[in-house]
Write a protein that binds this ligand. Structure first.
Ligand code: NAP
Ligand code: F7E
Length: 327
């Protein structure tokens, strides 16, 4: 039975990846940070077969201990401070966790492997935020990185450190440059879920409007359940490498609003949307659209859920959740 260690198991991708690996017969260990982390219950409820270990990406010895207990064949580093807006307010912490945390887990991986670097494979959750002020349209693996937030800068550090461990030590290390991916499990701070949750509450008469920031930004949004499959596929290749994972299509926030309100049977979304500079960012990433050709050709990966299906799925899930909460 192969063994996997996942950091960030309490997050959106951690839960989907746990389900995928368990369905493939893996023994799955999940790293959970903090004392009495409330999300531990979510993991126990959703994926009860995951074995929980405590540890933090900023604490190297906790990572060394997690490797020693789990003895993993595959490591998926999904842990991060992942909310871009928050990263300006907590830039140093974001650098420590999202950036230097990658170095810590790479080092723990190398210490665990000892003389046999081939005994473990490593996945790094890199991000399209690294493209920032985009230098190519669409963005591909070779596109110059130009991050626009402390989060993006920290991810660039993690990306290059992953490549460096591959080149320096021969570690089977892959960097998945994933474009935005969403689901009913998405945190409510991100724009898709903020919108689908608000739409559900407006439909049920629990809220009058939703207040957003920049409505012109464009993102290449896919379904998280599809994207974790690409992570797994990367670690099944003979060599580690870097891959863009994206749908190849881009949508504006305005289009997101249109689809989400329509999914709840509301045609005139403009009547319910306000804007506030509070939600604008010091520097914006205006346009993301990925070129997933390499992932398709090498990994045999393709997204299965369309943007419209994704947003409808999220609105329906939020309607059910809000109805249950209102009871
Ligand atoms: P998420 O829901 O925000 O989950 C982040 C996870 O990181 C949570 O489990 C969180 O734990 C954990 N974490 C935070 N600080 C930590 C620390 N100091 N030590 C260990 N773990 C820590 O993010 P996601 O959407 O699942 O994304 C997974 C990864 O992919 C992240 O690295 C993200 O940056 C990256 N990524 C995401 C997207 C996307 O569109 N979703 C795209 C590209 C890349 P708590 O629950 O305790 O806070
Ligand atoms: O913002 C705009 C905002 O916070 C998307 C993370 O998973 O994907 C995610 O980062 C866009 C931005 O995601 C609001 O300005 C307008 O242009 O949902 P988001 P993100 O910043 O793209 C990447 C790939 C990651 O790696 C990250 O970890 O929406 N926007 N009004 C708003 N965004 C939010 N959150 N809230 C608003 O009210």
């Amino acid at each position: 039975m192969p063994r996997a260690l996942i950091t960030g198991v309490t997050g959106q991708d951690g839960l989907y990846l746990s389900e995928l690996l368990l369905s493939k017969g893996y023994e799955v260990y999940g790293l959970v940070r903090g004392q009495n982390n409330p999300k531990i219950e979510l993991v126990r409820r959703t994926v009860p077969d995951v074995k929980i270990l405590t540890g933090d990406l900023t604490d190297l010895s906790s990572l060394v201990r997690a490797f020693s207990v789990s003895q993993p064949d595959e490591v998926y580093n999904l842990g991060a401070i992942s909310f871009v807006a928050y990263s300006w307010e907590n830039a140093s912490l974001t650098s420590d966790v999202t950036g230097k945390g990658v170095l810590n887990i790479l080092e723990a991986t190398r210490l665990y492997a000892g003389d046999d670097i081939s005994k473990v494979r490593f996945y790094q959750a890199s991000s399209s935020e690294m493209y920032g002020k985009v230098q190519d349209v669409p963005q591909k693996e070779s596109t110059l990185l130009w991050p626009r937030s402390p989060y993006g800068v920290a991810k660039v550090f993690g990306h290059y450190m992953t490549i460096n461990y591959r080149e320096s030590y021969g570690l089977h290390a892959s960097s998945g440059i994933l474009f935005n991916h969403e689901s009913p499990r998405r945190g409510p701070e991100f724009v898709t879920r903020k919108v689908t949750q608000a739409v559900a509450r407006i439909k049920l008469g629990l809220q009058d409007s939703v207040t957003l920031g920049n409505l012109d930004a464009k993102r290449d949004w896919g379904f998280a359940g599809d994207y974790v499959d690409a992570m797994w596929r990367m670690l099944q290749q003979p060599e580690g490498d870097d891959y863009v994972v994206a749908t190849g299509q881009t949508q504006s926030i305005e289009r997101l609003l249109e689809v989400a309100f329509q999914a709840a049977g509301i045609e005139d979304w403009r009547a319910y949307v306000k804007q506030d500079p509070r939600f604008m960012r010091p520097a914006e990433v205006d346009l993301l659209i990925g070129d997933p050709t390499k992932a398709r050709e090498v990994l045999g990966w393709e997204p299965k859920v369309s943007f419209e299906e994704l947003i409808t799925m999220m609105v329906e899930s939020d309607l059910a959740e809000q109805k249950a909460l209102a009871r």
